[in-house]
Design a protein around this ligand. Structure first.
Ligand SMILES: C[S@@+](CC[C@H](N)C(=O)[O-])C[C@H]1O[C@@H](n2cnc3c(N)ncnc32)[C@H](O)[C@@H]1O
Length: 224
């Protein structure tokens, strides 16, 4: 077990002289342990410090990020990484609020978001702060940039016939994995073993609702 970022896996493998590996499994995103621990500040259902760092040794918390960035940058983050259709309103509300008093807890941020969106959205299928929290989490942990950079650097680490399996939890992650595997295939580097992503059965999603959005894709490196 090594505590490190995906992007350092090639170096770690080199150092350990493990050479190439037979398989890799990436289980993306945030863990239930992180989500369920209020003091990690990932969840809008429990009040805690507005942190959201997957790696607590990293510097910038979510509270620092939303107090540092300009309104247009915040809007872009909410739109791009949360697909939040009220990104403009939510960004404006956060900026207005931080001018009066810093937003320091998850409950405060969830409240600011809920007050900024229309009533119909406030009482919609998902909590109104879901997309904002996802977007800010992705920004704090540079999740998509890391994934995009890591996938191409990981393929040389696989033995011929080796498999790379990736479990993603939302469409932004899955799009990056799908595109990377397609590019690998077009470069003649191997085959995509999952024509369609493997998803949780109704029974599994019933047992573990967080598995409902999971998508597993697998790529096999070519045997020359
Ligand atoms: C979905 S969880 C994995 C859960 C794990 N399979 C389990 O069963 O407990 C994803 C984990 O990857 C970590 N993670 C996310 N992005 C990372 C990155 N760029 N580098 C290293 N770890 C990362 C998160 O902190 C989180 O603990």
């Amino acid at each position: 077990m090594r505590h490190d970022r995906y992007q350092n896996i090639p170096n770690r493998l080199m150092e350990s002289h493990a050479g190439q590996v037979d398989g890799m499994l990436l289980d993306l995103g945030v863990s239930s342990m992180q989500l369920d621990n209020a003091s990690r500040g990932f969840s809008f259902t429990q009040d805690g410090p507005l942190d959201m760092r997957m790696d607590p040794t990293e510097s910038e918390t979510a509270a620092k990020l939303i107090h540092r960035v300009r309104e247009d940058v915040l809007r872009e983050i909410l739109w791009k990484w949360g697909e939040e259709r009220f990104a403009r309103r939510v960004a404006r509300a956060i900026i207005r609020r931080r001018e009066v008093k810093p937003i320091e807890t998850t409950a405060e941020l969830a409240r600011v978001v809920a007050q900024a969106v229309p009533g119909s959205y406030r009482h919609g299928r998902i909590h109104p702060a879901t997309r904002t929290f996802q977007a800010i989490r992705i920004a704090v942990n540079r999740e998509l940039e890391e994934l995009e950079a890591f996938l191409p650097s990981a393929l040389p680490l696989l033995k011929e016939g080796g498999r790379m399996a990736v479990i993603s939890f939302h469409s932004l992650e899955d799009r990056i994995v799908k595109r990377a595997f397609r590019d690998f295939k077009q470069q003649g580097l191997g085959v995509i073993l999952t024509k369609k992503p493997i998803e949780a059965s109704e029974a599994e999603a019933g047992r573990n609702p967080r598995a409902r959005s999971a998508k597993l894709r697998v790529f096999m490196k070519e045997i020359r």
